[in-house]
Design a protein around this ligand. Structure first.
Ligand code: FUC
Length: 804
């Protein structure tokens, strides 16, 4: 092939892939102003380094994070070793219906709070330029993970590009001025943590130390909430910003690293922390962060800007482009994103915004959770606060699980790995917690965990409200993630060697925890229903009970999966027998007087009928115990519960409801929740705490910012369009009337399938199933099902006439 032919081929390929995709789908978020607030900035990340781009003209203030930079050190799981001794008294109080007493005793079964995700600092580029510019545009391309800033000043054009590369493990900044000498800036850095900065040649080096403890921000009565250690403990970090290329002059002084009279500059940024695993002291046994940061930067420095960019796009787009989604052929209006959100709130139709929002969740997952790293926390990896909301930890009674709901179904299975690895760590500390707090075998995990795999019930040894502090069912919930990873990938080897022992350990804990109630059923006692309270007929409001539905749903879900796996792996039949016996005695779901699925053992009222948590519906979503097709009575009761709860709630609560309404096959109600979820929330301090929704940069408003709602929203949209939890691939299960036509390509179904679907006039036009394996499977569309035989790698085309 001669050169010309190769060039033409290249043009055709890029047209068919990157270019065409963007032109049609416009997976781009843009503003015509720099960001004033964090919730207007663009998040970039490679699962390790996080960078928020505000695009300021006179000063580009980049907010920098590193995902392993946390306060604290390895957890001492033995801080309340005799907590379990209270179990007998709590159970006695509960079974004699003395809930007030039980509530008091249970506080003795609490431990320390988790540690906190720490903000690394800011990298600042101060330009000698005024803020009054023309033609300003700040843009984030979701399909490439590249942010750009463009403007004109004194009739000269300026251009900046930013990305954070996973393959080269550095952040990259490229600056251009139209005419020579027009680019003049000083590079400097600062941090809210302890730090010092040095400038050496073309390197700006910041070394710092994270606190040994940071108290949760909701614990306001603390004199010294942020504590540093002076004996060498605590996490260290190093950040190196290097000017690798410029045609200008560089020099340093106390203000920082100067670049003068340039027309171009490329800066790369490497970061490392001394984090050396959950069980090693990051100070005394930490990794050599200085060497790691240097190694990254030395390796990246030999690559040209274009090479770095190519490596990054290849990696990022490979993941992102696996799914494409278009609704009603809609093209994005030519408006900045905040304006689109404001219009949307005023009921303007913008299907392209809904598709963009779906893809933004995928974008965030690729950017915040990558193999070899730690799981995405409450703010993903983007946090500017030294005491962030809820310590920006892993909250396990919904939030950290929700972060990973889109991972498998939206074809980003590898982004799930950090959470799945973390579960292995939890099983180690969780074994001690199971023993100390519950006198049980196996392992458990409570309301919060952190990078140190903390598993104990929180509350600071008796100060926490049991309504959240004493929940310890995360081992079961996280185990469902192990199962789902297997269900989508069918990776039996991984299941056998890694997931199965962990799931068995969680099930062991649950078996040991269950106790016989006065009616003869097996229940959890004590139990709570995150984070709602019951109201008894005598007016007593409490949270500690026995046999809460959420606990039993999680245990039942785990037991069903354990039985299934024991069967397919042909292993542990004695253990499976024990589970089978227990399952027969589990207190079953109850339907209450209002026709609802009961949240409590008894048919009590809710203290807050519209509470944001809907944990008693875990069996509807994310688990698959309740379905309108298989368990219609329970599904009707679950629906009634959702109606009673209403359509309000925080960001993640609304996202959860998109998923549950989709599982009830009610696409119109799921869509109603999606509209509520996209409710514009202004980031300005006077309004930012008013109700869940979406900030201008598409970050989820809990409020404040919490990333779970983004991920839950993306998962919810996927759930409206494809389901596979009942042993069949259900095409377009909850398509709302308003999405008249469209396509979604690349979603994944359990059993190892990739699925493309298109529809017109609200009806399926065709679907293509790409099977990973040979076999047989059932496909459902509306009420009808068909069986197909699959051969690995051979697509099967499905058309509606096949469903007679
Ligand atoms: C749970 C929720 C809160 C918040 C916090 C991080 O406790 O009930 O709404 O999301 O986690």
């Amino acid at each position: 092939m001669n050169y010309n032919k190769i060039f033409i081929l290249f043009i055709v390929i890029s047209f068919l892939t990157g270019c065409k995709r963007n032109e049609h789908l416009r997976e781009v978020v843009w503003f015509n102003t720099p960001a004033k607030y964090f919730e207007e900035a663009f998040p970039l990340g490679n699962g390790f380094i996080g960078m928020m781009v505000k695009g300021g003209v006179s000063s580009e203030d980049l907010i920098i994070n590193e995902s392993s930079l946390w306060t604290g050190g390895p957890v001492n799981a033995n801080m309340n070793p005799e907590a379990w001794k209270n179990l007998k008294a709590v159970r006695k109080a509960l079974f004699s219906e003395n809930y007030k007493l039980a509530q008091e005793i249970v506080k003795k079964m609490q431990g320390k709070y988790s540690e906190s995700y720490a903000p690394l600092g800011n990298l600042k580029l101060s330009f000698n330029q005024s803020d009054s510019v023309t033609k300003y545009n700040r843009e984030l391309d979701l399909s490439t993970g590249i942010a750009t800033v463009d403007y004109s000043s004194d009739n000269k054009k300026y251009h900046r590009e930013f990305f954070v590369s996973n393959p080269d493990r550095v952040a990259v900044i490229m600056l251009k001025g139209e005419s020579s000498g027009s680019l003049n800036f000083i590079l400097s850095s600062n941090s809210l943590l302890k730090f010092k900065t040095n400038v050496r040649n073309n390197d700006l080096i910041m070394d710092g130390l994270a606190p040994i403890h940071s108290e949760p921000s909701y614990n306001s009565n603390i004199q010294d909430p942020v504590i540093y250690d002076s004996t060498g403990k605590g996490m260290r970090f190093r950040m190196i910003a290097r000017v690798v290329k410029t045609d200008g002059k560089t020099f340093s002084d106390s203000a920082g690293l100067h670049v003068e009279k340039a027309s171009e500059a490329v800066i790369i940024l490497s970061i490392a922390t001394s984090f050396n695993g959950f069980d090693k002291d990051p100070g005394l046994e930490g990794k050599d962060e200085k060497k790691i940061a240097s190694d990254f930067i030395e390796k990246a420095s030999v690559l040209s800007y274009n090479e770095l960019k190519r490596n990054h796009i290849k990696d990022f787009s490979n993941l992102f482009n696996r799914v494409s989604f278009s609704i009603n052929n809609s093209v994005a209006p030519d408006l900045p994103i905040y304006k689109r959100l404001i219009n949307y709130k005023d009921s303007v139709s913008d299907p392209a915004l809904e598709a963009l929002y779906f893809q933004f969740g995928r974008y965030l997952l690729i950017s915040s959770s990558r193999q070899g790293g730690v799981p995405a926390n409450l703010q993903g990896i983007w946090n500017p606060y030294i005491r962030p909301p809820w310590s920006s930890n892993y909250t396990a009674n919904i939030n950290s699980e929700m972060n990973y709901w889109p991972a498998e179904v939206t074809n980003l299975s590898e982004t799930h790995i950090p959470l799945l690895q973390h579960i292995g760590n939890l099983s180690k500390t969780g074994e001690i917690t199971a023993h100390n707090y519950f006198n049980c075998g196996g392992w458990c995990c409570s309301h919060n965990t952190d990078i140190w795999a903390m598993t104990n019930p929180v509350g600071n040894f008796g100060n926490g409200d049991p309504v959240w502090a004493n929940w310890s069912m995360a081992e079961a919930w996280y185990s469902l993630h192990l199962y789902e990873h297997f269900a989508f990938t069918c990776d039996t080897l991984w299941l056998k060697n890694y997931a199965w022992p962990l799931m068995k350990g969680a099930a062991r804990f649950c078996l040991d925890l269950l106790v016989t109630d006065p009616k003869g059923y097996l229940v959890t006692a004590p139990s709570t229903s995150p984070e709602n309270k019951f109201k008894m007929s005598d007016g007593f409001v409490g949270s500690t009970l026995y046999g809460g539905t959420a606990d039993l749903a999680l245990i039942k879900g785990l037991f069903i999966k354990v039985l299934y796996i024991s069967d397919i792996l042909k292993t542990d039949s004695v253990f499976a027998g024990e589970i089978k016996t227990a399952m027969k005695k589990l207190y079953p779901y109850q339907v209450g007087k209002k026709g609802n699925l009961q949240e409590w053992y008894w048919d009590w009222d809710d203290a807050d009928p519209q509470h944001r948590h809907i944990s008693h519906l875990i069996g509807l979503y994310p688990d698959n115990q309740i379905s309108p097709l298989l368990t219609p009575e329970l599904a009707t009761a679950a629906k009634r519960s959702l109606e009673l709860r209403g359509d309000g709630g925080t960001g993640w609560s609304k996202a959860w409801k998109i998923n549950t309404w989709a599982r009830l096959l009610d696409g119109n109600h799921a869509y109603k929740m999606l509209r509520a979820h996209l409710n514009y929330v202004s980031p300005s301090p006077d309004t930012r705490y008013s109700g869940g929704g979406t900030y201008p940069n598409l970050f989820d408003a809990h409020p404040p910012f919490q990333i779970d709602g983004n991920f839950g929203g993306t998962a919810g949209i996927a759930e409206m369009l494809l389901q596979s939890q009942n042993g069949e691939i259900h095409l377009l299960p909850a398509l709302p009337d308003i999405w008249k036509e469209g396509y979604i390509k690349g979603l994944r179904a359990r059993g190892g399938f990739t699925v493309d679907q298109s529809w017109k006039n609200g009806k399926l036009t065709s679907a293509t199933i790409y099977p990973d394996f040979n076999g047989e499977t059932r496909i459902r569309y509306l009420e009808k099902t068909i069986r197909i035989t699959t051969v690995s790698g051979k697509p099967v085309r499905i058309v509606p006439t096949m469903f007679k």
